[in-house]
Every structure is written in C-alpha cells, then in structure tokens.
Ligand binder design. Structure first.
Ligand code: B12
Ligand code: SF4
Ligand code: SF4
Length: 431
C-alpha cells in the first residue's frame, strides 16, 4: 500500500531539505540576480486593498475606457491572488531590466524617423531582433521555478507577466522591489523604472520582504514632461490621453485633438521615464541603435511603416510586442507621426496611403496628416489664420530640465500641452 504523507509532514520534509525559508529566499534572490533579473522580493497573499481601490476608481472614472478587458471584476480578482489560488502561500515579485533608447538626433529631409518605446526594442536573448517581453519573462520565470523545485522539491507555482490577472506594480511595491513614482511606473534602485514586472505565486511560505520607504520627494519633473497631460495627479494616469494607450491599445481613429500632441511616437511612449532624474542615475546604459535590424527599432523609418502590407508587417514584427497591435494600428500611428513631422517630401507616401490603404482608419489618418502638412506649408498669414494654437517660445519637448510647463494650460483639472508647430528643420521634429 502506498502511504501518502500528510501535508504538514511533506512540508517539514522539504523544510529539512532546504534549511529554512529565509535562507531559501536569499538563495532564490541570489539565483534570480545571477540569471539577469534586477530585483526579487517576496510578499504575502493577502489582498492588495489600496491598489484595488485605485483600480476600481480608475475604471469608474472612465480612465481605462477603450480597454474593455479592464473591468471592475478583473481589478477585484487581480488584487486577491490568495482567493483565486488558495494553495498559494507567498508571491515572488521580479523586475527584468531593459535599456532606454535615445531620441533620434536628426533624420534625412525626406525620411523622418519615428519613435518606439524602449521596452518594445528589447533584443531577444540571442541579441537578434526584439522579442516580445511576455515570452522572454515567462520563460525566465519558468527557469527560476525549475531551479526552486530542484532545491525545495515539489512546489506549486503560477506565474503572471503583464496580461495575467494580477496588478504587477502593486505586488512589486509590497514585495519591496521599488516604489511607484509620480509617473505611475515602479522605480527600482537597480535599474530605475526601466524594468518589466512579473510575479510567481508559490505554494511555499517564503517570508515577506519590507516595502520600500523611498519616494519622489519634491520632484515632479515627469508631470509637465507628458505632452498629452495624461498624468492627471501624482501616480494617476488617464489612459485615454496616454500615448502608450493611443498607439498600442486604442482601436479606430485617434481623437483629433490629441494627434498633434503625440509627436512621432508610433508604439508606446517613454517621455515620463526619460524626464525622471532617478532614471538618469539608475537606468541601464542606452541601447545603441547600431545597424538597422528587423522588428521594432528605436527610430523607425515612418514612410516604411506606413507602406508595409500585411505580409511585410507579419515578417518584420513576428514574435515582437508590436505584432500584437497589428498592421493597421501601426500604419495609422505612422500617418499621424508623419503629420507631426511635417515634411513636404512625405506627401507622396501619404497620398498613396489615402488612395490605396485597405483600412479606412489609416486612410483617414493619412488624409489628416496631408492637411496638417499642407496647413504648415501655407504662407505665414494663412497659417496664423488656420492654426488654432501657436507654439510658445520654449520647445514643447524640453522636458529634461523639469522646469515649469510654459506651454501648457489647464482644462477640467487636466494639464494640456499645446501642439508643436510643424517645423522646417528636421533636427527639431521629434518630441
Ligand atoms: C493597463 C496598463 C497600461 C495602460 C494604463 C496604465 C496605468 N498607469 O494604469 C497604458 C496602456 C496607458 C499603459 C502604459 C504603459 N505601461 Co502598462 N500596463 C497596464 C497593465 C496591464 C495594468 C495596469 C493597471 O492595472 N492599471 C490600473 C492602475 C490603478 O494600477 P497601476 O498602474 O498598477 O497603479 C499603480 C500606481 O499608479 C498607483 N496608483 C494608481 N492610482 C493611484 C491613485 C493615487 C491617489 C495614488 C497615490 C497612487 C495610485 O498605485 C498602483 C501601484 O500599486 C500593467 C500590467 C499588469 N497586469 O499590472 C502594465 C504595466 C503597468 N505597464 C508597464 C509599462 C512598461 C508601461 C509603459 C511604460 C509602456 C510604454 N513605454 O509605452 C507605459 C507607461 C504609462 C504610465 N506612465 O503608466 C509595466 C510597468 C513597469 C514598471 N516599471 O512600472 C507593467 C507593469 C507591465 C509589466 N508587467 O511590466 N499600461
Ligand atoms: S509621458 Fe507618455 S507614457 Fe508617460 S503618461 Fe504621458 S503619454 Fe503616457
Ligand atoms: S520624475 Fe520625479 S516625480 Fe516623476 S517619477 Fe521621477 S522622481 Fe518621481
């Protein structure tokens, strides 16, 4: 007859093998750091009450509109992993570093460069084309669990990377691997906010770490650095205004009043992170753009992106984060960015899109861009008459100094940035 040891005995046996849980946590942390993670912390499975309230408030106030999957039910479930996984005894929070990218310093008169968020450009493990971080982090989590099982025997585990039903920042914060900045991203002491987050619920009771006591202090540099006024209060993002949402999540046409504020971003946005002095000290070295490679790149050629057909898009972005948003969304974003770049030389490419793109949203965005370029190319007297807002003296994108926002105004408590004027000099055409 096979005898099954009671749960308590099995745990005791494991405990005997691994020494004690505190030592195991220390070894796990050391192992994670050796495997390239920039931080590992542990927290308990009790609900994340404060984060739940923030999430419910965001949904109720409409700040998550446009992401239909972001429901009150999801927020509630995401903040109580203990209820969903009753076997879980602790949660491990992990941060994976990635390298910032530099804004392009200039581009050819006829080939404007756009911008893609640094996380999307994270190279694959072989240094080749950028990989989807969900896959990279998922695999790394599984490897760590395998290591843990090698040490502690049978351990049940459930991992979450971004799209799992867990609130990644809240877990990371309570597990002590960083604090939430006023730009809402989690800042670590090892890589600033240039980290992607994952967590693993475990059936073993690793002891909890202490939450960080650090904070932003009096700094508020990221708030005026946001060109669309999406940081509506410290730590609070109105996703509907966030360029990251508009370029990646938003389906259909981008609201016209926000388009001129989006600069040349075509996938995500890093401006609030780039403005952050903690990142200036802590972030990993910037990614060298080097020779052009496939997939997402920090400064993609906008005319190329607009012209990609479905097959070319699939070939270029397969396996990367950009593949998720689809060809039409990327072409739409490229059209808006070309409108903001304002180069007369791109008119033929935009005309082609208006006439030939199979997607009506792309055709409309290209028509808007043509109108914007034509408006900027008119003689000054006409331009003044047609432009609703002229740019202030200070350059809209000079967010790095963190100074007061001379180019913004308030409406309904939301800081709005004035749209940049379409410029003549290529070097000035990025946010
Ligand atoms: C929905 C979502 C978005 C939305 C909404 C963002 C938002 N701030 O809510 C959009 C599409 C706009 C977005 C953009 C980005 N995202 Co996003 N996103 C998510 C997702 C899927 C859910 C976030 C969520 O639940 N939001 C609801 C709010 C209430 O929760 P929260 O963001 O965790 O809020 C924290 C703070 O803002 C604060 N807070 C919230 N409300 C309030 C109110 C008050 C009064 C106070 C004091 C604090 C406070 O408390 C929370 C921490 O406990 C997570 C993955 C996940 N499953 O968690 C990734 C995630 C947050 N995103 C991530 C990234 C990288 C980004 C971008 C940087 C990508 C880019 N370069 O374009 C931008 C950054 C924009 C920004 N400044 O936040 C990373 C963040 C990593 C980090 N270091 O923090 C995550 C964790 C994905 C991951 N696994 O790595 N994202
Ligand atoms: S700076 Fe960019 S990523 Fe940050 S909140 Fe504003 S629009 Fe979103
Ligand atoms: S820019 Fe300043 S306020 Fe914003 S997150 Fe960084 S330290 Fe905090």
């Amino acid at each position: 007859m096979v005898r099954v040891a009671p749960a308590a005995n099995r745990r005791a046996a494991i405990l005997g093998r691994v020494g004690d849980w505190t030592a195991l946590r220390a070894d796990l942390r050391a192992e994670a750091l050796a495997r390239g993670w920039s931080a590992l912390g542990v927290t308990g499975v009790e609900p994340f009450a404060e984060a739940r309230q923030h999430g419910l408030d965001a949904v109720a106030a409409g700040r998550m509109d446009g992401m239909p999957w972001m429901t009150a039910e999801r927020v509630t479930a995401s903040t109580d992993l203990g209820a969903r996984y009753p076997w879980a005894r602790s949660i491990v929070a992990l941060a994976w570093p990635y390298r910032p990218v530099r804004a392009p310093e200039g581009f050819a008169e006829d080939r404007p460069a756009g911008r893609m968020a640094a996380y999307a450009c994270m190279p694959g493990s072989d240094g080749g084309p950028a990989a989807d971080y969900h896959d990279v982090l998922g695999r790394r989590c599984d490897e760590l669990v395998d290591w843990l099982r090698g040490r502690a025997g049978e351990v049940r585990a459930k991992r979450f990377v971004d799209h799992g039903w867990a609130m990644d920042r809240a877990v990371a914060e309570r597990a002590g691997i960083g604090f939430t900045g006023k730009h809402a991203s989690l800042l670590t002491s090892t890589a600033g906010s240039y980290v992607l987050l994952a967590e693993i619920a475990l059936s073993v009771p690793l002891p909890a770490d202490t939450p960080s006591k650090k904070g932003c202090g009096t700094c508020a540099a990221c708030i005026p650095a946001c060109p669309t006024g999406a940081i509506v209060a410290p730590g609070v993002i109105d996703a509907r205004r966030c360029i990251s949402y508009l370029t990646i999540e938003h389906r259909g046409s981008i609201p016209i009043e926000l388009r001129p504020l989006m600069g040349t971003w075509v996938f995500g946005c890093d401006l609030c992170q780039e403005a952050c002095p903690i990142n200036h000290r802590r972030a990993p070295a910037a990614l060298e753009t080097g020779a052009p490679r496939g997939g997402p790149v920090p400064s993609p050629d906008l005319v190329d992106l607009l012209a990609l057909d479905q097959r070319e898009f699939a070939e270029r972005f397969a396996g990367s984060a950009v593949a998720r948003s689809g060809r039409a969304a990327l072409a739409r974003n490229a059209a808006v960015a070309l409108g903001n770049a304002g180069l007369v030389a791109t008119i033929p490419a935009l005309r082609r899109a208006v006439e030939q793109d199979p997607d009506p949203v792309v055709r409309e965005a290209a028509a808007w861009a043509l109108e914007r370029i034509a408006g900027a190319a008119r003689p000054p007297a006409i331009r003044v008459a047609s432009a609703s807002v002229e740019e202030p003296e200070r350059r809209a994108g000079s967010h790095h100094d963190g100074s007061a926002d001379a180019g913004s105004h308030q409406r309904d408590g939301i800081v709005l940035r004035r749209p940049p004027r379409v410029r003549e000099s290529p070097a000035d055409r990025n946010p």
